[in-house]
Every structure is written in structure tokens, then in C-alpha cells.
Design a protein. Structure first.
Lengths: 314, 314, 314
């Protein structure tokens, strides 16, 4: 039970670190962390309570949670991982709960949330909930809104999922290193009630674009690389290891894509036009949408694209 | 008549390659290919049948076609070419029908099309009709929707021009090499009847942005270059060799621009604001348009910009 | 009175340079240039005549002007400057009126303008009024619309501010050198009367993104660098020297951002969503706006972002 021990260690110094983050809830037992050893695309996380269509994370998975006194509790563990980037190629990355990227976190608008973040890295870290409206002290920027979570410690983020949409999470601590090593994940907040600008879809996929520079014969990314990467990956997975996004004829399809590489990256679709229906800033009004076959996604941006798969494949 | 001979050679193995692509029409004589030796901007291709305003291709030309039993037939020849990038500078590129980029293909919504592609390169190729809705087997992706067209062979693409707009074509076979060598071209599908979102214009221009890395004293692009190009070209033409786009005062002007370089490239206009009126995904609704003086075009994107040239030049 | 002497020298050769640019007004005495020695954010320039909310230039200042026979007269001096990029780091740049970037120029729609540009650089220069509608001869492109302003000479630009919005200015003469050395500035044209698409705001900030390559131990940018910069700056100012943009709770905030680096650069905001409300092409119609937390700004683009600061800081 090392996690729990670490947590109580942390609790002992909490008043010196971030009083606001320590509530009586946080001092209760923390949930056992879930971990994932496979790089395969896992089935969507179906839950009894879910009235929403859960997402499928490309070559990834969704983090289970537990309900505690009306609060959804998640446990992220920042740690070194071995990620299979493609069959035959494993890399030593940093991630969460056994994989890079970390698991997708999936909640519903209005949910009260408590996220335990345990740091098993050799240096301090934090988690920034990119795009979300959270109290300033929960924003996860070391040196600005919190002190870094030290190795062996657990920090508790508490906030309410105020806005439906697609978001990302990643450290704001030694960013050059930690993001170049693979620390990132996606976050989906489903609308509580039907939303006029958020379509109900038959297929809902998500992934992050990232990039690595791992020299032949090496297993660890060169974290100083800024422009000349040799591995362009989707969810830390490269061709031919990337799973296909399978749909049925006439399915309405949504794909949520974030870019945490170091450069703009366009996403191009063959055979169908799509519309960009939302960003991490929210859903796009119908009057502002147009059709594309290639959408550009800048660094730190998120794009939701949607189309009806009305053309047969092979 | 080497082309015809090659075609029949190809016809002999067609059943092993792509049965769907071989129809009784395809077995008929193929049209003689047209070729272009000049890098000058050629006049628009006026045809008796055309009720549309044909486009002018910057430092390029439009491919003539013939009508055969209700089908418009084109003949593209993929081949090594010598392209005059600017006065005094010729480069050994790969292109189509004598030039790089290849000729613009111009059709009308609803046209039934047959495009013969003869491969005179030293390696296999294919043609992807970027942005268009075509049957899966006509999409031109080697290893996925077809086998590559072998050297000396001719492949027949058949589909209907389903959607008005601006598109591109390029190989999906050894892409790093073939696109770095200059293989690409534009495709215009004019609306069959007046389209509420496609303006009638007095001037309609098109070009592709591309980039080369040709070292001084050399004539052939370095195809391994990914970021550090030394020639930024429009239709494989560099300043001061790029022709001007001449218009009359108060002309309504449309410029269709695709980007097949390796990075985003903005297009900036002095003296007038413009609107982006369409992409390769279709026309942009009026409610979604806004004014710009600089539009960013990502790799693989196409932008139609329009403005009224109501300011006098010099 | 070296400036005035230079001006008359210039006036003597004006007929050989650009007759159109020489009017009887231009031959009158030119205003004394204002200069700025500090890299701090200066207060907004309040004027008696102003019915507008003046902008605050991040780590910069606004150029005072004088009224002469119904014309607003400004005097820009292109010259070598020493810019404090951050505390402890000074760089030898080129700029205007003592700083790089140059001062913000702030006018009102319909204003008649006369801008004296004195060249104290060791080579010719010009000023292009990026995004504005000006007579062709006032567009500032050497070799095309004017001859370069020679060292020691003064050129007079005269035009009317025809369109409200956010613009930039920079040389179009030896651009690779002059812009890499820091020559650029912002231009705000306020609407003459309330504009349905230009919000009244409590806070109005502006800055340009630029980038330098200055090796450790050196003081002068490497002007040949195209992709691998080591200083990413806002108004030639780097962290931790960049001032914060301070607002009150519930202020409506506008930030006008231009990009004159060599690559796309996204702007990301924590804690609030924003809308892009305008570009250098004009205000964006309400129907075309959407929310973002990260907007991409391409080279040569300008974006106005707006939001209500309704979340408390720390």
C-alpha cells in the first residue's frame, strides 16, 4: 500500500504546501490506482450511471473512478512507463498509470471531482487541466498556482466539471522534459442534458498527437529536440501500430484530437468532408461551421471533427 | 504509339491489379497525351461546351480532354520533367505531361470522368484525388486501395465529379520522394448550375505552394529535406519568375491556393481585404465568413480567397 | 536639428524619388521625434481629443502626435537601439524612436495622417502599413511602390485611416535583416463612431510576437536564422521580463496580438475561454465567432481576442 503511505506522508506536510487543496475528503483513504499494461485500444468504459456515449481512446483506455460521498474520485499516478510505440519498438517514457499517454478521464458536466495525483517520478510534477474552468489554486502551474508535487507525494485536485467539452491534461512542471517524455492525457466532459451544439453520435473517438526523438538503438526520447522529431505518433503510437477507427456505414462519427507536439499538424480525411464542431473552448455555433477535408491543429489546440460515414469502405 | 502499347500491356494484367478499374471503356484506345514545354502562364482553356469561367493556372496550364460516349477523358503522364523554376534556373523534377506541377484538370459537377494515368517514372506511382468523393478503389492510395502503377503501365481512374470545388491531385506512392520531386496538380470542379455560395467572378486563378531543396550547382531536389528548404515556390516557380495575377479595376477575383509544402504557409495580400470563401471541403456558408489580409494555409489544405479589386494599382 | 536638415536634404532630391509623396505639407517643418528609453509598459496615451479607450502596449509605448492643419503628424525614426530583452540582458537591435518594437501608433477612423520616417540606419528602409488600405505609392514596398529611404533621409507617408482595426507596420526593404533585427510596431485605428462589431472594453492591450537568435556572449541577432531561434519574445521582451496584463474582476478585456516571428505561434489562455473578434482584415461577424482557449496566429496575422475576466485570480 505504498500509495496510501505516500499520501499520508504528504498529508503531514500539506499545510505548508497548499492548504486550499486539503479538505476532510482528501484525508480519507485514496482509491487504489488502476494501471494498464497494453497499448491496444480498450473498449469504452461503460458504467451503470452513464447516460452518455463513452469515448474510445485510440490505443488507449479510460480511467475507472469511484463515487465517494457524491464526489467522483480518480487516482492518477505519474510514473516512468514502457510504451510499445509500434510492434517491436518499446520506449521508456513517462506517463500515468502504466501508459503514455495517460488514461482518458471521462466525466459529466456538473460532476464534483477529486483527483489524487501521486508522483512516482524522480522530480516534482503537477497536473494542469487544460481548457477547464477551475479555481486558480487547482490550475496546476508550478511556481504560480501551486508548489510542485514532490517525488513520493500525492496531491489532491478538487473542482467541479463546469463546462462540457474536450480537454487535455499535462504537467506544468519542468514542461520541456515531462511533455517530451510523454506526460499527457485527454479529458472528456459530457453534457448533463442534451446540448443543442453537441451531437449524439454512434462513434466517439479521441487521441492526442505527440512526437518523440528516439535515436535508433536508444529507448529514451531526446528531450532537447524542438523541431526535428523522428517519431510522429498518435497517443504515443506510430504506424503500423496505430489501430483503425472502425465504424459502420452511416454512423455519425466524432473524433476529438488534441495536439501536444511542438508544431502545427493538419488532420486530413479521405472520402468524406467533415465539420469542426468544437474546440477546447466549447462547441462551435452552427452558423460558424464549415466543411473541410483537412483541419489544422496548432500546438495546444483541440478540435472535434464530425461527419456521417456514408461512403462504403473496402 | 508507346503509350497505347503500354496500355495494352497493362490491360493484360489488369485482372490481377484492380478489376473494378477495368471497364469496357478503359479497353478502348486511350487519348494521346498533351504535353507542355513552357513555364509561362497559359491562357484559360476555353471550350465550346463550357458555360463556366475557366481558371487561369499561375505559370501553368489546363489539360485538354476529349468526350467519349458521354465521358470526359483525360490522359496524365507521370514522368521526369525539366522545369524552369526561374529564368536561368532549370531543375530536374518529376511531374505530369511535361511540367511540374501537372496541368490543372477542370470539369463540371456531374461529369463522368475517365482519367488514364501512364507511368513513365522509374518506380510505381498512383494518383490520389485529394478532397473528392470517389469510390474507395479510385482513391489512389497504394497499399490500401490499389497496387501501384508499375513503370510503363497505364491505370484508368473512373468516377463522377460529385462535388463542386477546388481540389488537388498527387501520388500516394513513395510520397516522400514523389511529392518532394514535384508531383502534384490542381483540380477544379465547376458547379453545374449557379451555386448560392460560389460567386461568379471576372478572374479565377489557381496555384499550389510547394518547396524544394536544390543545392547550388545541383539540378535535382534533395528529397530527404523535411524542414530546411531553400526554394519556396508557387507552382514550382520562384521569384522573379512568378507571373503577376493581372486584373481590371473592380473585377471580382478568386484565387484558389493549395499548400503541398511541408509546413503551414500564410498568404498575405496588400491593399485589399479578402474573404476565404471555400476549402477543399466545400464552400463556406456566408454566416461563417470573415475578412482577412493574411490567411494561413496548412499542409494539404486548400483555400479559395475572394475580393473585389476596387483599389487602383500603379 | 539634424532631423530637419536631413529632411531638407531629402526634399532636394524628392522629385527624383517619389513625386507623389511630396506635397506642400511635407515641406513644412517636421515634428521633433519622441524617443523612449525604457522597456517598461507605459501608461496608455490619453489625449484631450480622444473619445476612445486608448490601448496599453505590453512593455511598450504609444507615439505622441501633433495636429497640423487638420492632419495628425507622427515622426518615426528608424535607428539602432539597445533593447532590454529581460533584466540583465540587453540586445543591440534596430527599431524606431529608441525601442524595438517601435511605438504603437493610435489613430481614429477618418483621420488624415502624415507620417515622417527618418532613416538613421546604415542602409535604406521603408515602412509598410500592413493591413491598411492606402494609396499604392504609400504602401512602402521598396522596388515596387517606392525607392528605399536612404540613410539620413526622411520620407513622408500621407494617407487617411480608412478602416478601424488592428494593424502592424514594418519595413519592406531588406526584410530578412530589418525584421530579424526588430523593426516592427503596432497600429490601432479606433472606430469614429460606435461599431456594432467592436466592443467597448475596460482593458485593451496589444503586443507583437517576435523571435531572435542571439548567442550567449553576443548582443546582436543572427539575422540568417530561419527556424531555430533561441529567444521567443513578446514585443522584444522575454520571460521573466514580460509585464503581466492586469485587469479587474469582470472587466471586458481585449488583447490584440500580431505575429512577426517566422512560424505559427498559438496563444493559450488559462482559466477563461475567449473569442477571436477581429483580424487585420476587420471585425469578425458575430455569427462567425466561436470560443477557444488557444488560437493559432500565423506569420503576418493579427488576432483580437476578447473575454470577460469573471474568474478570480490569486
Amino acid at each position: 500500500m505504498s500509495n496510501r503511505r505516500d499520501f499520508f506522508k504528504w498529508a503531514g506536510v500539506a499545510s505548508a504546501v497548499s492548504v486550499a487543496a486539503v479538505t476532510r475528503h482528501a484525508l480519507a483513504a485514496i482509491p487504489e490506482p488502476h494501471s494498464q499494461s497494453s497499448a491496444a485500444t480498450m473498449p469504452a468504459l461503460q458504467t451503470d450511471a452513464a447516460h452518455y456515449q463513452p469515448v474510445v481512446t485510440l490505443n488507449g483506455w479510460t480511467l475507472p473512478w469511484r463515487m465517494k460521498d457524491g464526489v467522483k474520485e480518480f487516482h492518477l499516478v505519474a510514473e516512468p512507463v514502457v510504451r510499445e510505440i509500434a510492434p517491436g519498438m518499446k520506449a521508456r517514457l513517462w506517463g500515468y498509470n502504466g501508459q503514455s499517454p495517460g488514461p482518458t478521464i471521462e466525466v459529466v458536466e456538473g460532476d464534483k471531482l477529486r483527483i489524487f495525483v501521486t508522483n512516482k517520478l524522480p522530480e516534482h510534477t503537477s497536473v494542469h487541466w487544460h481548457g477547464q474552468r477551475v479555481p486558480n489554486g487547482m490550475d496546476g502551474v508550478t511556481g504560480l498556482t501551486q508548489k510542485g508535487i514532490q517525488p513520493g507525494k500525492t496531491f489532491v485536485y478538487e473542482f467541479t466539471a463546469r463546462r462540457a467539452g474536450t480537454f487535455m491534461y499535462h504537467p506544468h512542471a519542468d514542461e520541456m522534459t515531462q511533455m517530451a517524455m510523454g506526460m499527457m492525457g485527454m479529458w472528456i466532459t459530457h453534457p448533463k442534458t442534451p446540448h443543442p451544439l453537441i451531437s449524439e453520435v454512434e462513434r466517439d473517438f479521441c487521441f492526442l498527437m505527440n512526437a518523440y526523438d528516439i535515436e535508433p538503438g536508444s529507448f529514451t526520447p531526446n528531450i532537447m529536440t524542438m523541431t526535428d522529431f523522428n517519431l510522429w505518433t498518435w497517443n504515443s503510437r506510430a504506424f503500423p501500430g496505430i489501430d483503425s477507427l472502425n465504424v459502420r456505414l452511416n454512423d455519425r462519427v466524432r473524433i476529438r484530437i488534441g495536439n501536444l507536439t511542438m508544431t502545427n499538424h493538419p488532420i486530413h480525411l479521405h472520402g468524406h468532408e467533415f465539420q469542426v464542431t468544437g474546440t477546447d473552448g466549447g462547441a462551435i455555433p452552427l452558423s460558424a461551421r464549415w466543411s473541410e477535408v483537412t483541419t489544422d491543429i496548432a500546438v495546444g489546440q483541440m478540435r472535434q471533427i464530425e461527419f456521417v460515414a456514408d461512403e462504403e469502405g473496402d
